[in-house]
Ligand binder design. Structure first.
Ligand code: UDX
Ligand code: UDX
Length: 474
């Protein structure tokens, strides 16, 4: 059991969407603790250290002002992973754990190669008593893997000892800073009571003690997967209801209000949309599917897999209905896409529905022009298979013509359709009267995020499809 004075030095491995904001808030709230965020990616560390705060690799409202206050005081960014580990009292592992693309469990299980390599680096470089915290969302029983590696690699004569904790992060992108300042709960799983109390002590700098839940390791790991599975399931449920609304004349926004007023259901997380994206939902449900199958629980596995099947279907349904409404033909038609991030207020595009929908439309021959306030053209290029490198002629020949624009006039001019895929605030305030005139008639707006005022669009002589709205265009 670990037993020493309070933590003074914190290290976080992984300067990504989770590690960056989490440690920034911890630094802001724990002035007496020194925090180092380390990452193998030098380019990313340089961006975190850049003077120009608009260049931070993670766009998150409120983040840059915190970085400005704590960077260089008690928060440091570095590529010296080993050096940082050698001095740490506590190490958070916050590296990515994407779905495996190869070998056993390909397409379902999480790839733990980076978690494993972190464990090995920690085993070799840590000194004295070190608390190792699993922050990345991982499959159940990963802590055991980390523990086995740490224990089998430590030199029997050394004074090294480790305690392993699970402390999953529940922040959502776009609201990360608020979620971190005011978490619904903090979850700490583990066996070593001193280590649990130390981690709890860090959070108690700003979180009420009664919001800190302490469980065993496995409950903590499973709770993160379960929370994400429940949340994703709500979205597939409301999207399924939305499709029924469109066929019957009901309106999903009215249904949402009616069912969400039941306190047992609650009114949050009930927005019908183009399907969920983000780094966690799909990956974590695939993990549940894999885990259940592994333990012989085929029905449980099928149950959760259906949440993903519905999500894929929702994306395909949207691209298909765009094509159908444009007379079954979008070859060489110009289509504007408003929003590429998987949700508003982030520059993250991982698993964004916009990727699949754009690809489907390009496969039908459309020329698409994409607008997003925060996502870079380079990122879109990566997501759409590097079409950026190709010449205009090559793109045309491969039926994959896309480009980006920050100019709304360019998005609307001569477009047959504009599709809203992310609920950015800017899109709510567009001057539709001006932009509608620029479109080629008959023109369509496809609003998958309930952003536009339907009366306004109809009065402009533009055709409107709105998610889950069976009351229009019937
Ligand atoms: C998230 C969550 O942490 C995790 O719960 C979820 O399972 C997957 O994604 P996130 O912070 O969003 O992680 O990932 P990302 O933005 O990709 O950041 C991970 C960072 O770890 C990257 O900057 C990567 O360079 C770094 N890394 C990865 C290392 O420093 N060392 C490694 O060995 C592997
Ligand atoms: C999620 C969990 O919310 C968070 O607790 C966990 O730590 C990581 O995974 P994140 O993926 O960042 O967070 O964003 P979230 O707000 O959950 O949105 C996920 C996706 O669901 C987005 O594509 C979003 O647009 C979609 N969504 C969300 C809906 O379509 N409707 C809703 O009502 C809510």
């Amino acid at each position: 059991m670990i037993n020493k004075p309070h933590i003074k030095k914190v290290v976080c491995i992984g300067a990504g969407y989770v590690g960056g904001p989490t440690m920034a808030v911890m630094a802001e709230k724990c002035k007496g603790i020194e925090i180092k965020i380390v990452d193998l990616n030098k380019n990313k560390i340089d961006l975190w250290n850049s003077k120009d705060l608009t260049k931070l690799p993670v766009f998150e409202p409120g983040l840059s002002s915190i970085i400005k206050k704590v960077r260089g005081k008690n928060l440091f960014f570095s590529t010296d992973v080993k050096g940082a580990i050698a001095q740490a009292d506590i190490i958070f592992i916050s590296v990515n754990t994407p779905t495996k693309t190869y070998g056993y469990g390909a397409g379902f299980a999480s790839d733990l190669k980076w978690v494993e390599s972190c464990a090995r680096t920690i085993a070799n470089n840590a000194n004295g008593q070190t608390i190792v915290v699993e922050k990345s969302t991982v499959p159940v029983r990963t802590a055991q893997v980390i523990k086995t590696i740490l224990e089998s690699n430590k030199d029997t004569n050394s004074n090294k000892s480790f305690a392993i904790l699970s402390n999953p992060e529940f922040l959502a992108e776009g609201t990360a800073i608020n979620d971190l300042f005011n978490p619904d709960r903090v979850l700490i799983g583990g066996e070593d009571t001193f280590a649990i109390e130390e981690l709890s002590w860090i959070y108690e700098h700003w979180v009420d003690k009664d919001r800190i839940i302490k469980t065993n390791l496995w409950s903590s790991e499973l709770s993160k997967l379960a929370a994400n599975a429940f949340l994703a399931q709500r979205i597939s449920s409301i999207n399924a209801i939305g499709a029924i609304c469109e066929s019957t004349g009901a309106d999903v926004r009215e249904v949402k209000l009616a069912i969400g007023s039941d306190q047992r259901i609650g009114n949050k997380f009930l927005e019908a949309g183009p399907g969920f994206g983000g780094s966690c939902f799909k990956k974590d449900i695939l993990n549940m599917v894999y885990l259940s199958k592994y333990f012989g629980l085929q029905e449980v596995s099928n149950y959760w897999e259906q949440v993903l099947i519905l999500n894929d279907w929702q994306r395909k349904r949207i691209s298909k209905l765009v094509v159908e409404n444009l007379f079954g033909n979008i070859n060489n038609k110009k289509i504007g896409i408003l929003g590429f991030a998987f949700k508003a207020n982030t520059n993250d595009t991982r698993e964004s529905s916009a990727i699949d929908i754009s690809r489907e439309l390009m496969a039908e021959g459309a020329q698409i022009v994409i607008h997003d306030p925060q996502v870079s053209e380079e990122q879109i290029s990566n997501d759409l298979n590097n079409h950026l490198d190709k010449t205009y002629e090559d793109k045309l020949a491969s039926n994959g013509l896309w480009w980006t624009s920050k100019d709304y006039s360019e998005i609307f001019t001569n477009s047959d359709a504009v599709i809203i895929l992310t609920e950015w605030e800017d899109y709510k305030n567009l001057n539709w009267t001006v932009f509608a005139k620029l479109m080629r008639k008959p023109a369509w707006i496809f609003d998958s995020r309930s952003v536009v005022d339907p009366d306004l669009i109809n009065n402009l002589g533009i055709k409107l499809w709105r998610i889950g709205d069976g009351t229009i265009n019937k």
